[in-house]
Design a protein around this ligand. Structure first.
Ligand SMILES: [Zn+2]
Length: 531
């Protein structure tokens, strides 16, 4: 009797104190969740108790009172998605709510991909820290930007002294909080960097196992050599290495993902920590000049490119190279497959194809004439473009590979402005809607793993990416039966649907169709951050 009374005393005390919100054991309880925990394990039903910014408890039933209780009615609760490859610097300071990401369940985004980042990194991270934002942001340091700071946009090897200076900048970037050193060996000036130089810089990052992500030197004719190079950077530099936005560009090369994935498998089998990320679209997006002009024409920067176009002989040479690129590589065989997404000097061009612009200038849209138009575009100041030059079989083969994770390569669009690639609005939800629900190529659990625990582990985020007590409460709630991407190439400015709640650091940032006033997003710092 005495024991029973003692139990009752404790239980009753809890009930008594939990009636006032201020004393509630949890700030937030999510009831009736179908938990997809991020590890790839099969889902289970449970309740989640959140205290402060942390998941305090996950149990079959949490009946304690809480400041707020939400019945999820069997919707999926998953870890907030982590996007390792974004260009959020384009837009995050104008749209710190990053609606396009949050509304598809993304709670952490990484900047500094493709070899490009601010150098030094600290002022950028400080500015991000001061920003009242909805989601978490971290950054890589960009090798191309480091090289530009020391050598410029010039095609020549680095001297020993320059390598020392670049190594010092890389070390500083890691101390500032970078998660690793990205490369963009496709772009100027990354393209002028020999493998050995990249390796020397990665060795600086190696003690912390900072992640190397690469926009590879070539994703078309040279894609196999480029995957080998990406693997070699990891193997020789002593860092984990990742093929960014893996794709096969150009009809002549379609199908080569069979061999690229074999290279990754072989590398992993011998102990190289090589992985992949991908966005689920058969079109890419970058600047028209980087996509279609030969790299030598871009050396030194925009002014020098325009100077070269004034030289008749060089212009002819550049035109031939562009026409070839339209026929066989990024142009997808036809000027209709290139769409302009943003031209600062004439916003009305956004959404028009290279073929349409060529016709408007009085020419048939043949590859040669489209090359003329391309040079004219470069002379006006250049544009960003969307390039339809991949195929669905490669996309699916890469997607289902166990070492592939999902990353958008997107940005934070100003809603309604320009005609950006829909990946910024739809990457994660498109995987859930098309490749999990419709095509059944991935299980829901595996797709979520590719969006949460896998990218988290990749950059050493030990407190995010899994739904488990003690982890930060970044939680995405969605209905797997109705989630869908609405953004298309024709109408990109459309938010994802099917996410009733998104929670960042314990606070609800998106609820039933609207962003809330909460701005709990933080800057995340890499493993070498010095206080
Ligand atoms: Zn890229």
């Amino acid at each position: 009797m005495a024991i029973v009374r003692a139990i009752c005393f404790i239980a009753c005390a809890v009930v008594a104190t939990s009636t006032t919100a201020a004393d509630a054991p949890y700030d937030l309880v999510l009831r009736n969740a179908r938990i997809v925990d991020g590890t790839g394990s099969p889902w289970y039903r449970a309740d989640i108790g959140v205290r402060g910014d942390t998941i305090a408890r996950i149990a079959p039933a949490i009946t304690d009172a809480a400041t707020r209780v939400i019945d999820l009615g069997g919707h999926v609760a998953a870890p907030g998605f982590i996007d390792l490859h974004t260009h959020a610097i384009r837009g995050i300071f104008q749209v710190p709510t990053a609606d396009n990401y949050v509304r598809q369940g993304v709670t952490t985004i990484m900047e500094g991909p493709d070899g490009g980042s601010p150098v030094p990194l600290k002022p950028f991270l400080d500015k991000l820290a001061a920003l009242q934002k909805s989601l978490n942001v971290g950054s890589f340091l960009g090798q191309g930007s480091v090289r530009a700071a020391v050598i410029g946009l010039i095609d020549r090897p680095a001297t020993a002294g320059e390598i020392d200076r670049m190594r010092a900048l890389v070390l500083q970037g890691m101390r500032d909080g970078a998660f690793g050193l990205s490369t963009g060996l496709f772009y100027v000036p990354g393209i002028f960097t020999p493998l050995a130089e990249v390796v020397e810089l990665q060795k600086v990052v190696a003690p912390w196992r900072g992640l190397h992500t690469s926009h590879m030197r070539n994703e078309a004719a040279g894609v196999l050599d480029s995957v080998k190079e990406t693997i070699a950077i990891g193997e020789q530099g002593g860092v984990p290495t990742q093929v960014s936005h893996h794709k096969i560009i150009g009809k002549s090369y379609w199908g080569r993902s069979v061999d690229t994935l074999k290279l990754i498998d072989e590398a992993r089998a011998r102990g190289v920590d090589a992985t992949i990320d991908q966005y689920p679209y058969t079109a890419s997006a970058t600047s028209v000049q980087a996509a279609l002009l030969p790299p030598w024409a871009l050396e030194g920067g925009h002014k020098q490119t325009v100077e070269r176009l004034k030289d008749a002989a060089l212009r002819a040479k550049i035109k031939t190279a562009i026409a070839d690129s339209i026929r066989n590589e990024r142009g997808g065989g036809d000027a209709h497959n290139v769409a302009l997404s943003q031209c600062e000097w004439d916003r009305s061009l956004a959404g028009k194809t290279l073929a349409e612009v060529t016709r408007a200038r009085g020419m048939e849209p043949t590859p040669d004439n489209a090359a003329e138009t391309t040079m004219w575009i470069v002379e006006q100041g250049g544009c960003r473009g969307v390039f339809h030059a991949m195929n669905e079989q490669d996309l699916q083969r890469i997607l289902v590979h166990p070492a592939t994770m999902i990353a958008s390569d997107g940005e934070v669009p100003i809603f309604g402005q320009g005609a950006p690639h829909p990946r910024s609005y739809g990457t994660f939800v498109r995987v859930l809607a098309v490749y999990v629900r419709e095509k059944k190529l991935l299980t829901l659990e595996d797709a979520v793993r590719k969006m949460s625990s896998y990218p988290a582990a990749r950059i050493g985020l030990s407190d995010r990416g899994i739904l488990r007590p003690g982890m930060k409460a970044d939680i995405t709630v969605f209905d797997p039966a109705t989630v869908r991407d609405a953004a298309t190439f024709e109408k990109p400015h459309q938010y994802a649907m099917g996410f009733p709640y998104v929670i960042v650091n314990g606070q609800i940032v998106y609820e039933n169709g609207a962003m809330t006033a909460a701005r709990p997003g933080r800057v995340l710092y890499g493993p070498a951050k010095s206080e």
